[in-house]
Design a protein around this ligand. Structure first.
Ligand SMILES: Nc1ncnc2c1ncn2[C@@H]1O[C@H](COP(=O)(O)OP(=O)(O)OP(=O)(O)O)[C@@H](O)[C@H]1O
Length: 314
Protein backbone atom coordinates (compact mmCIF):
# COMPACT_ATOMS: atom_id res chain seq x y z
CA UNK A 1 0.00 0.00 0.00
CA UNK A 2 1.29 3.43 -0.87
CA UNK A 3 1.35 5.95 1.93
CA UNK A 4 1.38 9.62 0.98
CA UNK A 5 1.01 12.85 2.87
CA UNK A 6 0.27 16.37 1.66
CA UNK A 7 0.99 19.69 3.36
CA UNK A 8 1.07 18.25 6.86
CA UNK A 9 1.28 20.92 9.52
CA UNK A 10 1.01 20.20 13.22
CA UNK A 11 0.76 23.03 15.72
CA UNK A 12 0.55 22.90 19.50
CA UNK A 13 0.22 25.57 22.17
CA UNK A 14 3.00 25.70 24.73
CA UNK A 15 3.27 27.37 28.13
CA UNK A 16 6.58 29.08 27.45
CA UNK A 17 8.37 30.65 24.52
CA UNK A 18 9.25 28.24 21.76
CA UNK A 19 12.73 29.67 21.16
CA UNK A 20 14.87 31.97 23.30
CA UNK A 21 14.71 34.78 20.76
CA UNK A 22 11.00 34.56 19.92
CA UNK A 23 7.84 35.50 21.81
CA UNK A 24 5.59 32.90 20.22
CA UNK A 25 3.90 30.36 22.48
CA UNK A 26 2.59 28.37 19.56
CA UNK A 27 4.88 25.68 18.29
CA UNK A 28 4.65 24.32 14.76
CA UNK A 29 6.16 20.86 14.96
CA UNK A 30 5.55 19.78 11.36
CA UNK A 31 5.81 22.45 8.71
CA UNK A 32 4.01 21.82 5.42
CA UNK A 33 5.46 18.41 4.83
CA UNK A 34 4.58 16.27 1.82
CA UNK A 35 5.89 12.97 0.59
CA UNK A 36 5.16 9.34 -0.13
CA UNK A 37 6.43 5.82 0.49
CA UNK A 38 5.80 3.04 -1.98
CA UNK A 39 5.16 -0.59 -1.06
CA UNK A 40 8.33 -2.65 -1.05
CA UNK A 41 10.35 0.22 0.38
CA UNK A 42 11.78 0.72 3.85
CA UNK A 43 11.86 4.40 4.70
CA UNK A 44 13.74 5.82 7.69
CA UNK A 45 13.06 9.18 9.28
CA UNK A 46 16.15 10.85 10.72
CA UNK A 47 16.85 14.17 12.39
CA UNK A 48 18.30 15.49 15.61
CA UNK A 49 16.36 15.23 18.85
CA UNK A 50 13.19 17.35 18.70
CA UNK A 51 13.23 17.61 14.89
CA UNK A 52 9.74 16.06 14.69
CA UNK A 53 10.43 12.44 13.74
CA UNK A 54 7.96 10.80 16.12
CA UNK A 55 5.35 13.45 15.38
CA UNK A 56 5.60 12.78 11.63
CA UNK A 57 5.40 9.02 12.19
CA UNK A 58 2.38 9.47 14.47
CA UNK A 59 0.69 11.69 11.88
CA UNK A 60 1.20 9.00 9.23
CA UNK A 61 -0.39 6.37 11.50
CA UNK A 62 -3.28 8.60 12.55
CA UNK A 63 -2.10 8.74 16.16
CA UNK A 64 -2.15 12.51 16.63
CA UNK A 65 -5.01 14.26 18.33
CA UNK A 66 -6.64 17.00 16.36
CA UNK A 67 -8.28 18.83 19.21
CA UNK A 68 -7.35 22.03 20.99
CA UNK A 69 -4.63 22.98 21.82
CA UNK A 70 -3.17 20.79 19.03
CA UNK A 71 -4.06 21.20 15.37
CA UNK A 72 -3.20 18.87 12.51
CA UNK A 73 -3.71 20.15 8.99
CA UNK A 74 -3.14 18.41 5.67
CA UNK A 75 -3.90 14.91 4.50
CA UNK A 76 -2.49 11.42 4.81
CA UNK A 77 -3.67 9.11 2.04
CA UNK A 78 -3.56 5.39 1.40
CA UNK A 79 -3.03 4.45 -2.24
CA UNK A 80 -3.65 8.10 -3.16
CA UNK A 81 -7.37 7.65 -2.59
CA UNK A 82 -8.46 6.89 0.98
CA UNK A 83 -7.78 9.19 3.87
CA UNK A 84 -5.96 7.35 6.67
CA UNK A 85 -8.38 8.97 9.11
CA UNK A 86 -11.47 7.50 7.51
CA UNK A 87 -10.11 4.08 6.67
CA UNK A 88 -8.97 3.16 10.22
CA UNK A 89 -5.21 2.54 10.23
CA UNK A 90 -5.40 -0.60 12.41
CA UNK A 91 -7.14 -2.58 9.63
CA UNK A 92 -4.10 -2.62 7.37
CA UNK A 93 -1.27 -1.14 9.38
CA UNK A 94 0.62 -1.81 12.59
CA UNK A 95 2.63 0.37 14.94
CA UNK A 96 5.53 -0.81 17.07
CA UNK A 97 6.13 1.56 19.95
CA UNK A 98 9.54 2.58 21.25
CA UNK A 99 8.85 1.31 24.77
CA UNK A 100 7.01 -1.91 24.11
CA UNK A 101 4.97 -3.20 27.03
CA UNK A 102 5.22 -6.99 27.12
CA UNK A 103 4.19 -9.43 29.83
CA UNK A 104 7.43 -10.26 31.65
CA UNK A 105 6.31 -13.71 32.82
CA UNK A 106 5.26 -14.99 29.40
CA UNK A 107 7.69 -16.50 26.94
CA UNK A 108 8.47 -15.08 23.52
CA UNK A 109 6.24 -17.69 21.84
CA UNK A 110 3.42 -17.13 24.33
CA UNK A 111 3.21 -13.35 23.77
CA UNK A 112 3.12 -13.74 20.00
CA UNK A 113 0.46 -16.47 20.31
CA UNK A 114 -1.52 -14.30 22.71
CA UNK A 115 -1.46 -11.44 20.21
CA UNK A 116 -2.49 -13.78 17.36
CA UNK A 117 -5.41 -15.20 19.36
CA UNK A 118 -6.54 -11.71 20.24
CA UNK A 119 -6.34 -10.29 16.74
CA UNK A 120 -7.20 -13.20 14.42
CA UNK A 121 -10.27 -15.33 14.00
CA UNK A 122 -8.60 -18.56 12.88
CA UNK A 123 -8.62 -22.18 14.06
CA UNK A 124 -5.89 -22.99 16.64
CA UNK A 125 -3.72 -25.01 14.22
CA UNK A 126 -3.59 -22.09 11.79
CA UNK A 127 -2.72 -19.70 14.60
CA UNK A 128 0.18 -21.87 15.73
CA UNK A 129 1.36 -22.25 12.11
CA UNK A 130 1.34 -18.44 11.74
CA UNK A 131 3.23 -18.01 15.02
CA UNK A 132 5.82 -20.61 13.93
CA UNK A 133 6.41 -18.78 10.64
CA UNK A 134 6.85 -15.44 12.40
CA UNK A 135 9.27 -16.93 14.95
CA UNK A 136 11.22 -18.51 12.11
CA UNK A 137 11.27 -15.31 10.01
CA UNK A 138 12.42 -13.20 12.94
CA UNK A 139 15.13 -15.65 13.96
CA UNK A 140 13.60 -16.18 17.40
CA UNK A 141 13.73 -19.96 17.38
CA UNK A 142 16.47 -20.29 19.97
CA UNK A 143 14.67 -18.08 22.50
CA UNK A 144 11.03 -18.99 21.83
CA UNK A 145 10.67 -20.52 25.31
CA UNK A 146 12.55 -17.77 27.16
CA UNK A 147 10.68 -15.37 29.46
CA UNK A 148 10.30 -11.79 28.25
CA UNK A 149 11.69 -10.73 31.61
CA UNK A 150 12.10 -7.41 33.40
CA UNK A 151 14.43 -5.87 36.01
CA UNK A 152 13.77 -8.79 38.37
CA UNK A 153 13.39 -11.72 35.99
CA UNK A 154 16.22 -12.39 33.56
CA UNK A 155 14.76 -12.79 30.12
CA UNK A 156 15.26 -11.93 26.46
CA UNK A 157 18.11 -9.72 25.29
CA UNK A 158 17.30 -6.22 24.01
CA UNK A 159 17.42 -7.30 20.35
CA UNK A 160 15.28 -10.40 20.93
CA UNK A 161 12.78 -8.28 22.83
CA UNK A 162 12.55 -5.81 19.94
CA UNK A 163 12.08 -8.64 17.44
CA UNK A 164 9.34 -10.10 19.67
CA UNK A 165 7.60 -6.72 19.72
CA UNK A 166 7.75 -6.67 15.91
CA UNK A 167 6.47 -10.27 15.82
CA UNK A 168 3.43 -9.29 17.88
CA UNK A 169 2.48 -6.80 15.17
CA UNK A 170 3.32 -9.09 12.25
CA UNK A 171 0.61 -11.61 13.22
CA UNK A 172 -1.99 -9.65 11.26
CA UNK A 173 0.34 -9.45 8.24
CA UNK A 174 0.04 -5.63 8.08
CA UNK A 175 0.60 -3.92 4.75
CA UNK A 176 2.08 -0.87 6.47
CA UNK A 177 4.52 -1.30 9.34
CA UNK A 178 5.45 1.77 11.40
CA UNK A 179 8.10 1.68 14.10
CA UNK A 180 9.24 4.33 16.53
CA UNK A 181 12.96 4.00 17.25
CA UNK A 182 13.18 0.22 16.71
CA UNK A 183 16.91 0.28 17.47
CA UNK A 184 16.99 2.46 20.58
CA UNK A 185 19.12 0.99 23.36
CA UNK A 186 20.67 -1.65 21.10
CA UNK A 187 24.32 -2.07 20.18
CA UNK A 188 25.19 -1.29 16.57
CA UNK A 189 25.45 -4.95 15.51
CA UNK A 190 21.99 -5.83 16.92
CA UNK A 191 20.57 -2.59 15.50
CA UNK A 192 21.95 -3.59 12.11
CA UNK A 193 20.20 -6.96 12.33
CA UNK A 194 16.87 -5.28 13.20
CA UNK A 195 17.13 -2.90 10.23
CA UNK A 196 18.04 -5.81 7.96
CA UNK A 197 14.92 -7.57 9.20
CA UNK A 198 12.76 -4.50 8.44
CA UNK A 199 14.24 -4.17 4.97
CA UNK A 200 13.49 -7.86 4.33
CA UNK A 201 9.89 -7.29 5.48
CA UNK A 202 9.66 -4.42 2.97
CA UNK A 203 10.95 -6.71 0.22
CA UNK A 204 7.88 -8.90 0.87
CA UNK A 205 5.76 -6.00 -0.38
CA UNK A 206 5.09 -4.16 2.87
CA UNK A 207 5.52 -0.43 3.32
CA UNK A 208 7.91 0.05 6.21
CA UNK A 209 8.50 3.39 7.90
CA UNK A 210 10.57 3.93 11.02
CA UNK A 211 12.26 6.69 12.96
CA UNK A 212 15.89 6.11 13.77
CA UNK A 213 18.50 7.92 15.82
CA UNK A 214 22.07 6.92 15.21
CA UNK A 215 22.54 4.29 12.53
CA UNK A 216 26.07 3.10 11.85
CA UNK A 217 27.32 3.77 8.32
CA UNK A 218 26.77 0.09 7.49
CA UNK A 219 23.16 0.29 8.71
CA UNK A 220 22.65 3.57 6.83
CA UNK A 221 23.67 1.70 3.68
CA UNK A 222 20.65 -0.60 4.07
CA UNK A 223 18.04 2.19 3.90
CA UNK A 224 15.92 2.34 0.76
CA UNK A 225 14.58 5.77 1.45
CA UNK A 226 15.57 8.57 3.81
CA UNK A 227 13.56 11.46 5.19
CA UNK A 228 15.70 14.02 6.95
CA UNK A 229 14.02 16.55 9.24
CA UNK A 230 15.30 19.77 10.72
CA UNK A 231 13.17 21.82 13.09
CA UNK A 232 9.96 20.37 11.62
CA UNK A 233 10.98 20.94 8.00
CA UNK A 234 11.72 18.21 5.52
CA UNK A 235 15.20 18.94 4.16
CA UNK A 236 15.65 15.71 2.24
CA UNK A 237 13.42 12.97 0.96
CA UNK A 238 14.69 10.43 -1.50
CA UNK A 239 17.01 7.49 -1.95
CA UNK A 240 19.34 7.23 1.04
CA UNK A 241 22.15 6.26 -1.34
CA UNK A 242 21.86 9.63 -3.12
CA UNK A 243 21.72 11.80 0.00
CA UNK A 244 25.49 12.32 0.34
CA UNK A 245 25.76 13.43 -3.28
CA UNK A 246 22.75 15.75 -2.90
CA UNK A 247 24.10 17.52 0.20
CA UNK A 248 27.51 17.83 -1.42
CA UNK A 249 25.86 19.56 -4.40
CA UNK A 250 24.42 22.25 -2.09
CA UNK A 251 27.59 22.81 -0.10
CA UNK A 252 27.39 20.31 2.74
CA UNK A 253 30.10 17.76 2.02
CA UNK A 254 30.28 14.73 4.24
CA UNK A 255 33.96 14.35 5.25
CA UNK A 256 35.68 11.28 3.84
CA UNK A 257 35.69 8.16 6.01
CA UNK A 258 32.89 9.49 8.22
CA UNK A 259 29.38 8.22 8.84
CA UNK A 260 26.88 10.31 6.80
CA UNK A 261 24.20 9.80 9.48
CA UNK A 262 26.47 11.31 12.17
CA UNK A 263 27.30 14.24 9.92
CA UNK A 264 23.62 14.95 9.15
CA UNK A 265 22.60 14.85 12.81
CA UNK A 266 25.42 17.15 13.87
CA UNK A 267 25.14 19.58 11.00
CA UNK A 268 21.37 19.89 10.86
CA UNK A 269 20.68 20.40 14.55
CA UNK A 270 18.55 23.38 15.57
CA UNK A 271 19.39 24.56 19.10
CA UNK A 272 16.93 26.27 21.49
CA UNK A 273 18.81 29.59 21.21
CA UNK A 274 19.14 29.45 17.45
CA UNK A 275 21.59 31.89 15.92
CA UNK A 276 21.23 33.79 12.66
CA UNK A 277 23.59 31.26 11.10
CA UNK A 278 21.29 28.37 12.12
CA UNK A 279 18.30 30.17 10.56
CA UNK A 280 20.31 30.84 7.40
CA UNK A 281 21.37 27.17 7.16
CA UNK A 282 17.74 26.09 7.49
CA UNK A 283 16.70 28.55 4.76
CA UNK A 284 19.39 27.26 2.41
CA UNK A 285 18.35 23.66 3.02
CA UNK A 286 14.60 24.24 2.62
CA UNK A 287 15.12 26.31 -0.55
CA UNK A 288 17.42 23.64 -2.02
CA UNK A 289 14.87 20.95 -1.19
CA UNK A 290 12.07 22.93 -2.90
CA UNK A 291 14.27 23.32 -6.00
CA UNK A 292 14.99 19.58 -5.97
CA UNK A 293 11.25 18.88 -5.83
CA UNK A 294 10.40 21.24 -8.68
CA UNK A 295 13.27 19.82 -10.80
CA UNK A 296 11.88 16.34 -10.20
CA UNK A 297 8.37 17.46 -11.16
CA UNK A 298 9.70 19.08 -14.37
CA UNK A 299 11.60 15.89 -15.22
CA UNK A 300 8.45 13.83 -14.77
CA UNK A 301 6.44 16.23 -16.95
CA UNK A 302 9.13 16.16 -19.67
CA UNK A 303 9.29 12.37 -19.56
CA UNK A 304 5.47 12.24 -19.86
CA UNK A 305 5.54 14.59 -22.87
CA UNK A 306 8.32 12.61 -24.58
CA UNK A 307 6.33 9.42 -24.05
CA UNK A 308 3.13 10.99 -25.42
CA UNK A 309 4.91 12.44 -28.49
CA UNK A 310 6.63 9.08 -29.15
CA UNK A 311 3.28 7.29 -28.96
CA UNK A 312 1.61 9.80 -31.31
CA UNK A 313 4.33 9.11 -33.93
CA UNK A 314 3.35 5.43 -34.16
N1 LIG B 1 1.87 17.77 22.32
C1 LIG B 1 2.99 18.51 22.36
N2 LIG B 1 3.03 19.69 23.02
C2 LIG B 1 4.14 20.47 23.02
N3 LIG B 1 5.27 20.15 22.39
C3 LIG B 1 5.31 18.98 21.73
C4 LIG B 1 4.17 18.10 21.68
N4 LIG B 1 4.49 17.01 20.93
C5 LIG B 1 5.77 17.21 20.55
N5 LIG B 1 6.25 18.37 21.03
C6 LIG B 1 7.59 18.96 20.78
O1 LIG B 1 7.83 18.88 19.39
C7 LIG B 1 9.18 18.59 19.12
C8 LIG B 1 9.25 17.35 18.25
O2 LIG B 1 8.87 16.21 19.02
P1 LIG B 1 9.15 14.73 18.51
O3 LIG B 1 8.82 13.80 19.62
O4 LIG B 1 8.43 14.53 17.23
O5 LIG B 1 10.71 14.81 18.26
P2 LIG B 1 11.72 13.67 17.82
O6 LIG B 1 12.42 14.16 16.60
O7 LIG B 1 11.03 12.36 17.72
O8 LIG B 1 12.71 13.70 19.05
P3 LIG B 1 13.50 12.50 19.78
O9 LIG B 1 14.50 12.00 18.80
O10 LIG B 1 14.16 13.19 20.94
O11 LIG B 1 12.49 11.46 20.19
C9 LIG B 1 9.85 18.45 20.47
O12 LIG B 1 10.50 19.65 20.76
C10 LIG B 1 8.71 18.18 21.45
O13 LIG B 1 9.00 18.69 22.70
Amino acid sequence: MKLSWHNLTYTVKTKSRVYKNSNSKEKTILKLQSGSIKPGHACFIMGSSGAGKTTLLNALCDRLTNSKPAKLQGQVLINDTHSVRQSSFGKYGAYVMQDDVLFPTLTCEEVITFSARLKLILPPHQISARVDTIIEDLGLNNCRHTFIGNQLIKGLSGGERKRTAIGIELVTDPQILCLDEPTSGLDSFTAHKIIKLLVSQAKLGKTVVATIHQPSSQTFGLFDKLILLMDGHQIYQGAASQSVEYFESIGFSVPSYSNPADYFLQKFYMPFNKSEEDVRTLEILTEAYKTKLSDKRNDQTNQGECYRSRRSRY
